[in-house]
Design a protein around this ligand. Structure first.
Ligand SMILES: Nc1ncnc2c1ncn2[C@@H]1O[C@H](COP(=O)(O)OP(=O)(O)OP(=O)(O)O)[C@@H](O)[C@H]1O
Ligand SMILES: Nc1ccn([C@H]2C[C@H](O)[C@@H](COP(=O)(O)O)O2)c(=O)n1
Length: 226
């Protein structure tokens, strides 16, 4: 699934809360490369399906939804942030919730839904390069990527990070329920038959447990610029 093999791609896959989004953004900025947040696409389809009142296990209806939903990434006016428009509605805040993550994980196990999002993802591969974050970037979407990283961290550490993030947003959550949700999502993403969450055999594994963000960024950059 190449599109333009001459364009370098760094794939960053890993479980929920391992820091893929944060690290991908920082690394893409440093390299001056484009960024693909593939999880946002699945979140957008899950959100659109929910908004249309669909049963998320209705394969035909959710597939049609994936094929017709218009998803657009738009830089904020000051360029510091990216907004996600779903069928013209700015759904950025709704898409970041744990509920949206769980809905995304549910519809992501449907093979034709994944197929409907392939071309969109390949279209991000443009010069001077792409940092692609997700679950199957290195295994399915960009198997020929010259640089592949798999980020992990213990479930307890990932739950703590998410807890801090949500508390800072003023949301009421408990650490134990977050850890349970994270573990359930990991299990579903890793055990599905289509494009399961797993490292590409040649990916560099980075366990970020106990590592700060700057340290992880440096380690990932070293994969591209040894
Ligand atoms: N190495 C790190 N040390 C401490 N906090 C981190 C680290 N990496 C990421 N974080 C924080 O953890 C939280 C989750 O990170 P992030 O959203 O990047 O993870 P993710 O893997 O993209 O999650 P998801 O798959 O659910 O979208 C954020 O608040 C982020 O700032
Ligand atoms: N390449 C991808 C990206 C995401 N998903 C699914 C599985 C995740 O639980 C969900 C949300 O992703 P996140 O925003 O947390 O990275 O979307 C996938 O199957 N494949």
């Amino acid at each position: 699934m190449s599109r333009t093999a001459a364009v370098p791609v760094l794939t960053i896959d890993g479980p929920s809360g391992s820091g893929k989004g944060t690290i991908s953004r920082r690394v893409a900025e440093h390299l001056g490369w484009r960024l693909l947040d593939s999880g946002a696409l699945y979140r957008a389809v899950g959100y659109a399906a929910g908004a249309a009142g669909l049963d998320l296990s209705d394969v035909e209806a959710v597939t049609r939804c994936a094929q017709t939903t218009k998803i657009r990434f738009q830089a904020s006016a000051d360029g510091s942030d990216t907004h996600i428009l779903v069928n013209g509605h700015d759904a950025t805040a709704e898409l970041r919730t744990e509920t949206a993550g769980a809905a995304a994980s549910a519809i992501a196990s449907i093979a034709p839904v994944r197929q409907a999002l392939v071309e969109l993802q390949l279209g991000f591969r443009k010069q001077p390069g792409l940092v692609a974050d997700g679950r199957d970037m290195g295994t399915v979407i960009f198997p020929d990527a010259p640089f592949k990283v798999f980020l992990t961290a213990s479930a307890a550490e990932r739950a703590k990070r998410r807890y801090k993030q949500l508390k800072e947003k003023g949301l009421s959550v408990t650490l134990s329920s977050l850890q349970r949700e994270i573990e359930a999502r990991d299990h579903r993403d890793a055990s599905r038959s289509v494009a399961p969450l797993k490292p590409a055999p040649e990916a560099v594994l980075v366990d970020t447990t106990g590592m700060g963000i700057d340290e992880v960024v440096a380690k990932v950059l070293a994969v591209v610029q040894p």
